[in-house]
Design a protein. Structure first.
Lengths: 178, 649
């Protein structure tokens, strides 16, 4: 009787590793310190993914993101930072997805189709929001009025709070138990 | 929720206003300080929530792929020791209790296998002359001191074993040595493994998708996975930092995060209408066969199901050998997907449990668990193949002629005795040689050959569901297979055979235990096989209840007719099994015990359980009940053949 291999699924893991590599390179293209942070974070991330640890993936992604932000602060061009941010979130998403899927269904199960849907939806959302942000930035021109930026920020805060992403306690926690 | 909606609406309004300002339609005066304040607020909210983040929760899925796990005899040391405790051992604290139990075990083996009476055994135990092992002798004696050098102490400390543990291990090894007749195998020490309470059977739940049948689709629960929790927070931090530091790149990185936060709340999992059809390559397999299962899952609804995870409810008596009974996929409306895997089927009647379906939305932030009933039943009847060697029956038969040699003298082929001639004796049986030599007229007697009436009794109490290792075939399964083959052998010899079971009946405590009155013929044979496969008492899963064996035994005794023999299949791992055999035998039904051996020899508890079984076997044999030991590695043919050869010698 073979045991179920409860390791992260392969397709998502590979996609996550590629995404984190993109994030590291894009962030690292901005500044040397950013490259350092992102590389260390990427390493932690990949090891955490290989071992199937949610926490390690979280920490790794956070360090990569720190690198991305550090790079962004020193950057003159915004594009690499946007790409790096999208890649980081996609990598983080896919890594957790791979670990959870491996946990629930095991590596032996056929999951490629589900993983394909996940990769594309995650990528699409990132690209779409990145594009919208970029468009506003470009069309707003370089001389942004302080009022506009402040209003955008207020909008971001309220939308995040409105979506509930900023809260810890979700209202929809397990309703019934058999 | 209202507050949230308000925040969302205001946020969108602010966004529109910002765009308006950017285009130049609107003109609002804000100072840089306001910007920094808002940025700091964003960072604060973000950090507060970040520290409360937990990893995403995912649903734990059960492992229906594995077959039933049953405990090993002597899984706990206390359980194994308690089997030796008699009424005279009083209640005492744990450590003392272990020693008392081991003392009782030593006396038990000394009085059985070393030819001592109880008094001598007690004395030898006290003086320590029962074993060569000084440590074991001193451990169980009240008057002896444990010999212990400084070197031992260092060695014990380094290895992390305590004096008590070493004592237990060595005492158990010494006891086993006596029970094995002094030639004590490899003389290795058992492991001390007090996994008290952590039994191998961790509930039915882990191995089944659901414990009760489900009709149609039943929603079990819905939960938020908290998958994206933290993304919005990080977005806020990034936006805040970006604004404070006046870096557009970082602000835009934050905007990406806001996009994901919105994504996480934008969807609800679809309400799926799934239809499930299961097909088997062979609906009527033999035990041990591998069959292919193909499950077709179709999306009958009009909506796209972006995230569907399926765990098929493989019954406990089956084990997946190839492929996986799990699937992760996405289904468009009207689309279907096929899940294929191979299982090996054990004996019994197996019904597939409901399929567990986990449906998520596109952003995986909400999951719903569904159970979808798709019952398929596989009945796997044991093969009734006769055994080459004869079944070791007792010498008692019915009044019909047959092939069982009884102990009564009469007509037959095997010499029994000589007696004085009586009028009416057949001339062919007169001993003419003796007549010629001495002039006496004597009659030869032969063993009468009659048909036996046998009831095969299977011990399927919960305590009989035991196996040497968790994945091995358990004793009840072996008993049932053995019962089928014994019945086939006896039926082929012209004997009449019946079937009875003792043990809890899952689902219905008051239901009738298995009973098939002794008969013969093809029709009877088919019913016999059917009952072995389908009667709930012989289920491949251990029952949850105890069952009332005394009551069942009384019912069985009322049904047995005089002169019926019992062949009882039991692992003999507890006191009740031996008691059943003894009671039936005492009531005049000659009992033969065939005992599949489920014991292991890894830990101290397991070895003690094995010694306990040897003691029980010995006691039964001393009471005149033959016991055929059936080791786990051997086929029943070999065991019976050896028995037959041993009888001839």
């Amino acid at each position: 009787m073979s045991e179920i291999t409860r390791r992260p699924t392969i397709a998502s893991s590979v996609a996550a590793a590629v995404a984190v590599l993109v994030a590291v390179l894009a962030a690292g293209s901005q500044a040397a310190s950013a490259l350092g942070f992102a590389a260390v974070g990427g390493l932690v991330f990949v090891v955490g993914l290989a071992l199937g640890r949610h926490r390690a993936v979280d920490v790794g992604a956070l360090v990569v993101l720190f690198g991305v932000v550090a790079g962004g602060l020193e950057a003159t061009a915004v594009e690499p930072t946007i790409v790096a941010a999208v890649a980081t979130v996609v990598a983080w998403d896919l890594a957790h997805g791979a670990i959870a899927l491996g946990d629930q269904l095991g590596r032996g199960a056929e999951t490629r189709r589900l993983e394909a849907v996940r990769v594309s939806s995650s990528l699409l959302v990132g690209l779409a929001s990145g594009t919208v942000g970029y468009a506003v930035y470009v069309f707003g021109g370089s001389g942004q009025p302080v009022a506009a930026v402040t209003l955008l920020l207020v909008a971001a805060v309220l939308i995040v709070v409105g979506f509930g992403g900023g809260r810890t306690g979700s209202t929809r926690r397990r309703r019934t138990r058999p | 929720m209202n507050g949230r909606r308000l925040a969302l609406a205001l946020g969108l309004a602010a966004f529109v206003a910002a765009v308006a300002v950017l285009i130049g339609v609107l003109d609002v005066g804000f100072s840089r300080t306001a910007l920094v304040v808002v940025g700091l607020v964003a960072i604060a909210i973000g950090l507060r929530a970040l520290f409360a983040r937990e990893p995403p929760r995912s649903v734990d899925t059960p492992d229906p792929e594995r077959s039933t796990v049953v405990p090993t005899p002597g899984a706990t040391l206390h359980g194994a020791i308690d089997a030796f405790r008699t009424s005279e051992t009083r209640y005492s604290v744990t450590g003392r209790r272990t020693v008392e139990g081991l003392r009782a075990a030593t006396i038990a083996v000394l009085s059985r296998f070393d030819g001592n009476d109880e008094e001598t055994a007690r004395r030898r135990l006290e003086t320590g002359e029962w074993t060569d092992d000084e440590v074991a002798a001193a451990f169980l004696s009240e008057s002896l001191e444990v010999p212990r050098s400084a070197r031992d102490w260092v060695a014990d400390t380094v290895r992390g074993t305590s004096r008590f543990r070493t004592g237990v291990r060595r005492a158990v090894a010494a006891i086993e040595d006596i029970a094995d007749g002094g030639d004590g195998g490899d003389g290795s020490l058992p492991r001390y493994d007090p996994r008290e309470g952590a039994s191998a059977v961790d509930g039915d739940r882990r191995h089944r998708t659901a414990t009760s049948a489900v009709e149609g689709t039943e929603r079990r629960c819905e939960r938020a996975t908290g998958y994206w929790r933290g993304v919005g927070v990080l977005a806020l931090v990034a936006v805040g930092v970006g604004v404070v530091a006046e870096s557009p790149a970082v602000v835009l990185a934050g905007v990406v995060g806001v996009g994901y936060a919105g994504f996480s709340r934008a969807f609800d999992p679809p309400e799926p209408e799934l239809s499930i059809e299961r097909e088997l390559s062979d609906p009527d397999p033999a035990p041990g066969d591998e069959i292919e299962v193909s499950v077709t899952i179709a999306n009958e609804s009009d909506g796209f199901v972006p995230d569907l995870r399926i765990v098929d409810g493989v019954p406990a008596g089956m084990a997946v050998t190839e492929g996986a009974s799990r699937l992760g996929t996405a289904l468009r409306p009207g689309e279907d997907v096929v899940l294929e895997y191979t299982v090996s089927v054990g004996r019994g009647s197996h019904e597939f449990d409901p399929v567990l379906a986990i449906v998520g939305d596109l952003s995986r932030s909400t999951e719903r668990e569904y159970l979808i009933g798709a019952p398929t039943t596989v009945v796997c009847e044991p093969e009734l193949r006769p055994i080459a060697a004869p079944v070791p029956l007792r010498t008692a038969g019915t009044s019909f002629s047959g092939r069982l040699q009884t102990s009564d003298g009469g007509a037959g082929t095997t010499f029994h005795s000589v007696r004085e001639y009586r009028k009416g004796d057949a001339l062919s049986r007169v001993d003419w040689n003796r007549r010629a030599k001495t002039g006496e007229l004597t009659t030869l007697q032969f063993h009468e050959e009659r048909a036996a009436r046998v009831v095969v009794l299977v011990d399927a109490r919960r305590d009989a569901y035991l196996a040497p290792d968790p994945d091995a075939v358990h004793a009840v399964d072996r008993s049932v297979v053995g019962a089928g083959r014994i019945a086939a052998t006896l039926l082929a010899d012209g004997d009449t055979v019946g079937l009875a079971g003792i043990g809890a009946i899952p689902g219905a405590e008051d239901a009738e235990p298995c009973w098939l009155p002794p008969a013969s013929g093809r029709h009877h044979e088919v019913r016999f096989a059917e009952l072995l496969a389908t009667h709930p008492q012989f289920s491949a899963n251990p029952p949850t209840g105890e069952g009332r064996w005394l009551w069942q035994l009384r019912g069985l005794r009322r049904r047995l007719s005089t002169g019926t023999q019992i062949v009882m299949l039991t692992p003999l791992c507890d006191y009740v099994s031996a008691e059943i055999a003894r009671r039936l035998d005492a009531r005049g039904y000659p009992v033969t015990v065939v005992s599949p051996d489920p014991t292991a020899d890894e830990t101290a508890g397991q070895r003690l359980a094995r010694v306990g079984r040897a003691v029980r076997r010995f006691d039964l044999q001393r009471a005149g009940i033959p016991v055929v030991d059936w080791p786990a590695a051997e086929a029943i043919d070999a065991v019976f053949a050896r028995r037959a050869a041993g009888d001839r010698r």
